[in-house]
Design a protein around this ligand. Structure first.
Ligand code: HEC
Ligand code: HEC
Length: 306
């Protein structure tokens, strides 16, 4: 009896030890892969832009900033924020962009700004984390220069923030897929032809240019998706096959300006950032409406795939 027990105990301990070794090896592999991806260097050809300092261009840049979601992560004053500090995932910090203490504004050259915003790459040529540059790489040279002009015009804010700290769970999810968006430099075509200037117009085409900043939450096809961060509400299908397909332009505008749906339900700004979308001009919202409604409905997509 005793010897059977001992055998079972020995066997259990051995399996446990094997499991621990396996886990340690698996994590070492994951750590190695993530470190390799995070320390990869990108030699991108950075456009040389002249950063404007006149009031009109700076105001235009402020409008782009207010409608592209920069403030959701970097804060209203762009002085940075601790975005996530989770025992499992770790800490992710959106940088202080001003020229105050702890900010990058005092050190960044025009090229550093372009490399970061458009290419998702830091001055050390390594990929930035969580910064969704894939949504910004299509921004025209003129809009990008105005944005940088606006950031440089901001009052310096002294705010020193802690470093990032990626915990095991974040690394596992980064490799496994759900957090694949942790870096975006690897998802951007750095050699694409960048548009010099776009003239605003009430067209689906201009709406497409603006709606790129909706795709991070609503998906590349704008049909809605589950969010990668736990606790975040799933987004909605905002193409013609969703409720947007049934709403008039005025109703759509009310949703983007106030968060109030035609049926009276109030969307929470924490889920759907209407405090950002309300900064669009009426003409811009009309363009986005045209673009979203021009997208084929799900059924048609499936039918054409057959
Ligand atoms: C989803 C959150 C998010 C949004 C939206 C976002 N950023 Fe970032 N951004 C970050 C994080 C996090 C970092 C820090 C990356 C790092 O240190 O690896 C960052 C880094 C940067 C940097 C580089 C600073 C540095 O420390 O090297 C610049 C410049 C920047 N962002 C500008 C912008 C601008 C302009 C916008 C809007 C067009 C924007 N960001 C939108 C999260 C965001
Ligand atoms: C940070 C994530 C995020 C961004 C960015 C975002 N949305 Fe949303 N949006 C959501 C979520 C989540 C919902 C669902 C909220 C709910 O049902 O309570 C939603 C709902 C909506 C709705 C209501 C749809 C319905 O059927 O109820 C519209 C319209 C909409 N978004 C349009 C946009 C547009 C246009 C943009 C870009 C200019 C945008 N959103 C950017 C997360 C986002």
């Amino acid at each position: 009896m005793k010897s059977t027990f001992r055998k079972v105990l020995k066997w259990t301990l051995r399996s446990l030890a094997a499991l621990v070794v396996l886990l340690v090896v698996a994590y070492a592999v994951i750590y190695f892969i993530t470190e390799k991806r995070l320390s990869k260097t990108y030699d991108v050809d950075v456009a040389h832009l002249t950063i404007p300092t006149d009031a009109e261009s700076i105001a235009k840049g402020g409008h782009v900033i207010a409608t592209r979601g920069c403030q959701d992560c970097h804060g209203k004053d762009l002085a940075g924020n601790i975005m996530i500090d989770d025992p499992g995932l770790g800490r992710i910090v959106a940088s202080n962009l001003t020229s105050g203490k702890g900010g990058v504004g005092g050190e960044f050259s025009a090229e550093d700004w372009v490399r970061a915003i458009r290419h998702g790459v830091g001055p050390d040529k390594k990929p930035l984390k969580v910064m969704p540059s894939n949504e910004f790489s299509g921004i025209s040279n003129a809009d990008l220069a105005n944005m940088i002009g606006y950031i440089k015009s901001l009052p310096p804010v002294d705010k020193e923030l802690p470093d990032h700290n990626l915990k095991p769970l974040a690394r596992v999810l980064f490799v496994a897929g759900p957090l694949a968006g942790l870096t975006t430099a690897d998802k951007i075509d750095h050699t694409q032809e960048f548009t010099d200037k776009l003239t605003p117009a009430i067209t689906a085409e201009y709406g497409k240019y603006l709606a790129v900043s909706c795709s991070g939450c609503h998906g590349q096809d704008f049909k809605g998706q589950e969010m990668p961060i736990p606790g975040m509400k799933a987004s909605a299908n905002i193409t013609s096959s969703g409720d947007v397909g049934k709403w008039t332009e005025t109703q759509f505008m009310t949703v983007l300006k106030t968060g109030k749906r035609p049926d009276g339900r109030q969307l929470n700004n924490k889920d759907m950032p209407w405090e950002m979308t309300r900064n669009f001009t009426d003409d811009e919202i009309k363009s986005i409406y045209l673009f979203l409604r021009s997208l084929p409905a799900k059924q048609e997509l499936q039918a054409s795939a057959k």
